[in-house]
Design a protein around this ligand. Structure first.
Ligand code: ADP
Length: 677
């Protein structure tokens, strides 16, 4: 570097920085100058650069030409606001022009490679011994890092202040050290009220231990992310928050505190909760809809409706009162209760199924009251139109009438809660909807009950009538048999008597079937088990049937070996007779009925096949119902429609199965299978 220039320039330095002018000292000066970590350069009186050190060269990113470059070695310079600055106006130029030192200014230097540095120049004028300006020395202090740091700091501060989340820093002992604007909004404390205080001020009493757990994690260098909890504001309100806490480290990497981001998730929680509530309500509605539509049991409907609606409305107690007629056609009131306060409610309600209820349980239109205790009638002896207000710890109250299809009020739904304003308009319409549905379903249940009662009466009549008819028919048959025996063999009247006996036999068979039906209905069809040879039974029945049938051949197509089974022989015989006589009856154009017996591992199967009218598939399951007949046939083939019903019951009672396969116009096969052991 050009130290010949420097030695000339350094001469006029003020006394205190003047160095002795020996050879060694000059060398020392040069070295010192060159290797100083601060950029330094000199200009002569006219502004031409006379020397510069390594640090200056590095700062400029170039080497200026000694004696040629003016004012400074920078490629380009700018004001701190980014405006270009003429070299003629740079601080060094001004010092030389005005003969004064400049301090505290800042410029930006752009290097030839485009990079920029923030620099604080400190040009100082130099004077010769006569006091004439001889040049100037300039030190350039690089403040780029500092400026970047400051910019970062400012940005961070702006982010923190504009954040919607509360950002709080604290020491490792949980003492709050900073508090942003959002924290102020969220918790209600001013900086001065909270900085320096313990963060536990923000934690509800029952969650204080959380802080130790959080600090423990922070001390071990871990982050706590999206921790959902509750925090408390200055006025004591509890808010749901999500916390993210990270350790703060000093430049040496030591953990010195924690930064905490607190997000108020009350909106998110409310949205989640209302979504959940909506889904729950929908599910409950769906359940109650399904349950009450599928049920014809009044008590069950009442209970389902009140349980679901009590749950949906959040009521602490609910009651469903329903008017019904008892066996004596008297109006009685049924009621069911639900909710946590069910027991309390029970205490002052009269036993179930009573004819009279207090007027409190008559409701003509929807009533929804936020606080019944505010009503003047409250706690007086006259029952307020509520669930005996004043007796139950109830403030919120809602009553909804249940109306039948005919528009008559048949009952009411009542709900209560000890806190006021618990029931909303939405609850009201939801329950009113269910009440409408319940009104109709209860009507249906009532109709069903009436039909059941009539059915029972009909069954009772059939049972009684067939029983009463049996006795005269038995004596008629007896007398006819006596007359028949007394007539000489060649008497013409004998054939009439035999025909009459045949008809009486048929009549008696019909009566037996009717009696069986009423026995089945009352669950009184007894089975008498015995062991018998199954093969013989089949043969006997076929023989017996063939004896009285002229139109068809009954062919036993496949026989089995000896087989002893345990069953009610008479009833199994009844099934066989029934199936074979049906096969004959419903194949008037055919002349054969086939019977096949197959022995399987654990069961024996009998098939009775005819080549008659057949049955369409949609009728297969119906023909086994009581009094059911395929309509097209009913007009010209006589029958009561009970034979197959009795057969099915007999086979089922033997743990067996009876079914049909058939092709209309071609014929049918009836199968029955019973277990053998
Ligand atoms: P019923 O014969 O007295 O009408 P069942 O209970 O024995 O009563 O039969 C019920 C109905 O099933 C009959 O009315 C008839 O329509 C149909 N059915 C029964 N057996 C046959 C058959 N072998 N072929 C065609 N239809 C039949």
């Amino acid at each position: 570097m050009a130290h010949e220039h420097l030695s000339g320039i350094l001469q006029p330095l003020p006394e205190k920085i003047k160095l002795p002018q020996t050879q060694e000292h000059n060398q020392l000066n040069d070295q010192l100058y060159n290797n100083l970590p601060v950029a330094i350069y000199t200009c002569d009186r006219l502004g031409y650069i006379t020397s510069f050190n390594k640090a200056a060269e590095k700062l400029w990113g170039r080497s200026p030409e000694i004696g040629k470059d003016l004012w400074c070695g920078s490629w380009k310079i700018f004001n701190p606001d980014g405006e270009p600055l003429l070299l003629d106006d740079c601080p060094m130029a001004r010092t030389l022009k005005e003969g004064v030192a400049i301090e505290g200014e800042e410029i930006i230097i752009e290097r030839p490679d485009g990079t920029r540095v923030n620099v604080q120049p400190c040009p100082v004028p130099l004077f010769d011994e006569q006091g004439h300006l001889s040049g100037a020395v300039n030190t350039l202090i690089d403040v780029t890092e500092q400026r970047i740091g400051e910019a970062k700091q400012a940005m961070l501060a702006a982010i923190i202040e504009s954040s919607e989340d509360a950002i709080v820093s604290k020491t490792l002992n949980g003492i709050i050290t900073s508090w942003n604007d959002a924290a102020k909004q969220m918790f209600g404390y001013e900086d001065r009220e909270i900085v320096g205080k313990s963060v536990t001020l923000l934690i509800p009493g029952d969650r204080q231990q959380e802080e130790q757990v959080i600090l423990g994690k922070i001390r071990s260098g871990k982050r706590v992310e999206h921790y959902e909890t509750i925090r408390v504001t200055k006025n004591g309100a509890e808010i749901p928050v999500s916390l993210t806490i990270s350790p703060i480290k000093n430049t040496k990497g030591r953990i010195i505190g924690a930064s905490k981001i607190v997000r108020n998730i009350v909106r998110q929680k409310t949205a989640e909760e209302s979504l959940q509530r909506y889904a729950d309500n929908l599910e409950a509605l769906n359940d109650v809809g399904k349950a009450i539509s599928g049920s014809l049991d009044v008590q069950e409907i009442l209970q389902r409706v009140i349980d679901t609606t009590t749950q949906i409305t959040g009521a602490s107690c609910g009651a469903f009162f329903y008017n019904q007629l008892n066996e004596n056609e008297e109006s009685i009131m049924l009621y069911v209760l639900s909710g946590q306060q069910k027991e309390t409610l029970k205490q002052f309600i009269i036993p179930n199924n009573v004819t009279e209820f207090p007027s409190a349980f008559n409701v003509e239109h929807i009533i929804r009251v936020d606080d019944v205790t505010k009503y003047p009638e409250y706690h007086t002896n006259t029952p307020f139109h509520s669930m005996a207000a004043g007796y139950l710890p109830v403030a919120s109250y809602m009553a909804i009438p249940v109306i039948s299809k005919s528009g008559k009020i048949v009952g009411g739904l009542f709900y209560g809660h000890p806190k006021p304003a618990k029931f909303t308009k939405a609850h009201e319409s939801l329950v009113a909807g269910i009440a409408n549905h319940a009104g109709i379903t209860l009507d249906n249940a009532k109709l069903y009950e009436q039909v059941q009662k009539l059915n029972a009466k009909k069954d009772e009549f059939i049972g009684l009538a067939s029983h009463e008819l049996k006795t005269p028919i038995t004596s008629l048959s007896g007398y006819l048999q006596i007359i028949n025996k007394r007539l000489p063999d060649n008497d013409q009247n004998k054939s009439f008597i035999e025909k009459a006996l045949l008809q009486i036999g048929k009549l008696s068979g019909l009566l037996s079937d009717l009696l069986d039906v009423s026995k089945i209905e009352t669950g009184q069809l007894p089975l008498t088990y015995s062991s018998f040879e199954f093969r013989h039974l089949i043969q006997e029945v076929i023989e017996q049937m063939q004896y009285s049938t002229k139109s068809h051949r009954i062919v036993l197509q496949q026989e089995i070996g000896p087989l002893i089974i345990s069953a009610d022989k008479q009833r199994i015989e009844q099934v066989l007779i029934n199936l074979i006589s049906n096969a004959i009856k419903y194949s008037p154009e055919a002349d054969q009925v086939n019977v096949k017996v197959v022995l399987n591992d654990n069961s024996v199967r009998v098939m009775v096949q005819d080549f008659g009218l057949g049955i369409s598939q949609d009728q297969w399951e119906h023909i086994f119902s009581r009094f059911y007949r395929v309509e097209e046939l009913a007009s010209h083939i006589s029958g009561l429609g009970i034979g197959l019903y009795i057969c099915k019951e007999i086979v089922n009672r033997h743990q067996g199965e009876l079914w049909v396969e058939s092709t209309p116009g071609k014929g049918s096969v009836f199968f029955f299978e019973i277990p053998v052991n």
